[in-house]
Design a protein around this ligand. Structure first.
Ligand SMILES: [Ca+2]
Ligand SMILES: [Ca+2]
Ligand SMILES: [Ca+2]
Length: 467
């Protein structure tokens, strides 16, 4: 009887890896949760928070932040920049106009710039007078150079000041298929950049460090950022058969979720219902996002099953062996109750046997009871005396049998030398030229029982040769 015991192993691995999710450099400090102060409100500050979970650019990402640029509009500076880079997570540029970002390359930066550098002319830095968003590469914030990939636009469509002491919702989304980077500020799309980041910027590397830096100069502000709960929305998930998993929606602004269908869910109105589907199911969840938009996401839940099957409880004929098999082609590990790890187990004794296999990240268990049975379906009989003296009576040693498919019959002398080997339909041992005495025999035979199961039996005994 198959029994399943399963667990999603990767869930535990993921929790373990999340223990130290960020690295702070410069004046950056952790504020608790996923919030960081990048700079305090003081001149000539700089700081960066690097996340330890690298981003894969060959997969989509969709990140949301709450950025606060301080409350000093007059003499406030310099802003923050969202960075992707492959130089390492020990990098921090200088303070001032490059937002703690210069000198880091290869890199891409989405800058949120609150200070117009060189506003009176000079060498020119290309900063407009309004608080702006731009996309720049390789740590160079000078918008008069080709390093600016997306020219400055007002952070808010209205061009209003963003150093207002309030948190601003920033969303940065990457679509690797369209090779498009989208930046939203307070729910307004402000940037749509088409660029092959992997090839054009990162020399083919697909995994990049990511983080947020910021700085102040002679003018200053306090800069903070919070990563909004951003459980990466899975479009597919797998639940081990017989076990439950957890669906997770993105964060809703009003904490109201509607999952459909409700079948297989413990509660269809919470953000993270437990799911135990009886069949593969596509669930949809509707909610309102931070921008107040009604959003629908779908998750396809599949069920990981196993071919593990030790079969029904069975019997073992006395003196025989039985072979148990997992029938699993794709098991990553196998463990039988005797500690062995092969796909099959040879059973000599009755008892309860169990096996544990890991397959597709799930654990499956099965047990089978093996009872002892005296099988009368096939038998052999070998006399214990024979007299090869030519009198026509009992002159040869003959193996008597019934119900046997095949056998081998061996006679040994006292030193273990084979004197005779008999097979099905082959003549019996005539014992000629051998002295009177005790000889050992071994017979190995095979038969098929009424359930069409094949068995092999080995028997051993002795025969007295008289003259
Ligand atoms: Ca600036
Ligand atoms: Ca700028
Ligand atoms: Ca401003």
């Amino acid at each position: 009887m198959k029994r399943l015991f399963a667990a999603l192993i990767w869930v535990f691995a993921w929790v373990g890896a999340d223990a130290q999710p960020y690295k702070l450099l410069g004046g950056a400090t952790a504020l608790g949760g996923d919030c960081y102060q990048i700079t305090k409100a003081a001149p000539n500050q700089r700081g960066v928070v690097w996340r330890n979970d690298k981003i894969k650019l060959n997969e989509p990402f969709d990140l949301e932040f709450l950025m606060n640029f301080g409350d000093r509009d007059q003499n406030g500076s310099d802003g923050m920049v969202f960075i992707l880079q492959t130089a390492g997570n020990d990098k921090l540029g200088p303070n001032g106009r490059d937002l703690g970002f210069s000198g880091i390359f290869p890199s891409l930066g989405v800058e949120f710039d609150t200070f117009q550098n060189n506003r009176t002319g000079g060498t020119g830095y290309g900063d407009p007078e309004f608080d702006h968003i731009a996309v720049v590469s390789n740590g160079n914030g000078n918008h008069t150079t080709p390093h600016t990939l997306f020219m400055p636009v007002p952070a808010l469509e209205s061009g209003r000041n963003i150093e207002d002491g309030r948190g601003h919702l920033v969303r940065i989304a990457w679509n690797p298929t369209a090779r498009e980077l989208d930046v939203y500020f307070d729910c307004q799309q402000r940037v749509k950049l088409r660029k092959d980041l992997i090839t054009d910027l990162f020399e083919g590397q697909t995994e990049v460090w990511w983080g947020i830096s910021g700085s102040t100069g002679t003018a200053y502000n306090r800069h903070t950022v919070c990563l909004l709960p951003r459980t990466p929305f899975q479009s597919t998930m797998t639940v081990c058969a017989g076990e439950s998993g957890t669906l997770t929606s993105r964060m809703a602004v009003d904490n109201q979720y509607r999952w459909f269908p409700a079948e297989g869910l413990d509660n269809p109105t919470v953000r993270s219902p437990k799911v135990r589907p009886l069949r593969p199911t596509t669930y949809t969840v509707s909610y309102r996002n931070h921008c107040g938009q009604s959003v629908t996401d779908t998750i396809r839940v599949s069920i990981a099953t196993s071919n593990l099957e030790l079969g029904k409880d069975t019997t073992l004929c006395e003196g025989q062996t039985l072979t148990l098999s997992t029938h699993c082609q794709n098991a990553t590990t196998v463990l039988w109750n005797d500690g062995t790890g092969k796909a099959t187990l040879t059973v000599h004794q009755p008892g309860r046997y169990w096996v544990r296999v890991e397959e597709a990240g799930c654990v499956f268990l099965d047990t089978v009871l093996v009872r002892l049975e005296s099988c009368q379906e096939a038998n052999v009989y070998i006399p214990d005396v024979f007299t090869p003296n030519g009198d026509g009576v009992n002159d040869v040693l003959t193996l008597h049998y019934s119900g046997i498919d095949s056998y081998e019959f061996f006679v040994y002398d006292r030193w273990g030398v084979v004197l005779y080997k008999g097979e099905l339909n082959k003549a019996a041992w005539d014992g000629q030229n051998y002295p009177a005495g005790l000889y050992t025999w071994v017979v190995r035979y095979r038969f098929t029982d009424q359930k069409q199961q094949k068995h092999e039996v080995r028997k051993m005994g002795q025969v007295q040769l008289w003259r």
